[in-house]
Ligand binder design. Structure first.
Ligand code: GDP
Ligand code: MG
Length: 176
């Protein structure tokens, strides 16, 4: 059987944490200050890991996350998940642990759990925000779930965006 080259990656998290912006930055190297109501769905991005060509198919939510009503189809056959919160909004990290992670597990309940990366976006707003989420507390959470360490990104400044997807791809490479 041929090696798998195409991988479905789902981005989950509350509205406004920057999911669409992360995809836009990674796939087109663009950023907009305005919330786009239009989701970027099924955006493809090619990369190679150790010489192996891979295609990441990035799945964005279309605003349904506001109503916490994603359909099964969104999760079906996902190969990896990126769970996003915003470092400047504690509530978004709370939702991640109390809702998005559970939702993900409920849909994918596989013996061989897919790679899950926890991402704190809007790292550029650390200084301005009054109640930030610290990387230390998120690390406690990821350790408890035996997940890879969390990563902080900024779709605005492009901080760690490449690194995030390289980590996802490397994890997929190891498993497939
Ligand atoms: P989504 O609802 O999770 O898809 O969030 P969006 O990508 O639509 O972003 C929501 C808002 O946050 C928009 O106004 C973006 O410009 C802004 N935003 C997204 N990422 C960042 C970031 O890394 N830093 C800053 N300062 N703003 C961001
Ligand atoms: Mg969006």
């Amino acid at each position: 059987m041929a090696e798998q080259t195409k991988f479905k990656i789902v981005l989950l998290g509350d509205k406004d944490v920057g999911k669409t912006s992360i995809i836009l930055r990674y796939s087109l190297n663009e950023f907009s200050e305005r919330t786009s109501l239009t989701p970027i769905s099924e955006q493809y991005k090619k990369l190679s890991v150790n010489g192996r060509q891979m295609v990441l198919e990035l799945w964005d939510t279309a605003g349904q996350e506001r109503f916490k009503s994603l359909e099964t189809h969104f999760f079906r056959e996902a190969d990896a998940a990126i769970l996003v919160y915003s470092v400047e909004e504690r509530e978004s990290f709370h939702s991640l642990t109390s809702y998005w992670m559970k939702e993900l597990i409920r849909y994918v309940h596989d013996d061989d759990m897919l790679p899950i990366l926890v991402v704190g976006n809007k790292s550029d707003l650390y200084e301005e925000a009054s109640e930030t989420v610290s990387l230390a507390e998120v690390t406690e959470y990821t350790n408890a779930y035996e997940l890879p360490p969390p990563i902080e990104t900024s779709a605005k400044t492009n901080h760690n965006i490449q690194k995030l997807f390289n980590l996802v791809a490397t994890e997929l490479y190891r498993r497939h």
